[in-house]
Design a protein around this ligand. Structure first.
Ligand code: ADP
Length: 269
């Protein structure tokens, strides 16, 4: 049912080493182009709220100087724009930190159910505000992986937050954990964590691009909901570091499912 796409960035090699072949001139040129695009995008994203702020400041210094009602309203909008910039800068820092750590293997044994319980607790107020029911099926058995707890919280926060935001009001978001003794793609035991909503879903043509920085299906809607377009890019880097995969399945009109697949910690690992 629906279209599935593996949105993890790079193929993982036999020994879990992320394959990179930057000896190719074309790839280097592409990397340079990507960096320039990224800088241009960041500048644009920062300038938009900044331009709005400057406009309101000028209005408050001039025409709206003595208009108390307008002042209140403008200050409210200014606070929102400043908050947007703050969020963007926070996510950019997150992205660069995650990228810098991508080659350092996480070593702490972590039960993903604990990570999910904490994440669900944090997101309960947001779900309540949107009248969304969070329906977890975490299972009875520990789901142990070698990981970085903070980063894994970030992964599930981003995915569940998106399901709440884009799934729409009065929705239901199902979160499940399933372990398998042998996952062919992971070549060993793995755990699948699924986050599924029943919102409008995502058209197949967008699926391959979802984890690109600043890629949004509907940028108006994303901005209105406070999105930066960086959430899934951050998820992708964290998954690379954990040697995991991220798959998305969607049937437009029926919702979207994001699946995180992580290698299970075994005694030999
Ligand atoms: P944003 O900050 O815009 O939410 P993300 O990187 O988290 O950025 O997501 C990228 C885009 O993917 C979003 O702008 C949205 O268009 C789409 N998207 C993500 N999750 C969902 C979902 N559960 N349902 C529909 N669209 C989604």
């Amino acid at each position: 049912h629906g279209t599935t796409y593996d949105v993890s960035l790079r193929p993982v090699g036999d020994h879990g080493i992320v394959l990179l072949s930057f000896n190719d001139v074309t790839e280097m040129a592409q990397a340079g182009q990507m960096r320039r695009d990224f800088v241009a995008n960041v500048s644009h994203e920062l300038r938009t709220p900044l331009t709005a702020l400057i406009g309101f400041i000028e209005t408050l210094q001039g025409p709206a100087r003595d208009d108390t009602a307008a002042r209140e309203r403008f200050l409210g909008i200014m606070a929102q724009e400043a908050e947007r910039m703050n969020r963007l800068v926070g996510e950019l820092l997150s992205l660069s930190r995650v990228e810098a750590e991508e080659r350092v293997r996480p070593e702490a044994p972590i039960d993903l159910r604990d990570v999910l319980r904490g994440t669900l607790r944090n997101l309960a107020p947001l779900a309540d505000d949107s009248n969304v029911t969070l329906a977890p099926t975490l299972g009875d058995a520990p789901a142990l992986v070698l990981g970085d707890a903070d980063q894994l919280v970030q992964v599930f926060t981003n995915l569940i937050e998106n399901a709440i935001k884009y799934g729409g009001r009065d929705n239901r978001v199902e979160i499940s954990v399933k372990s398998t003794a042998h996952d062919p793609a992971m070549r060993g035991p793995a755990v699948h964590i699924s986050v599924r909503d029943h919102g409008p879903g995502i058209d197949a043509i967008h699926l391959p691009r979802l984890t690109e920085r600043f890629y949004r299906v509907d940028s108006h809607r994303s901005r209105a909901l406070g999105g930066t377009g960086l959430g899934l890019a951050i998820v992708k880097h964290i998954m690379n570091r954990h040697r995991g995969r991220l798959k998305v399945t969607s049937t437009p009109g029926q919702g979207a499912e994001f699946r995180v697949i992580l290698p299970i910690k075994t005694n030999s690992a």
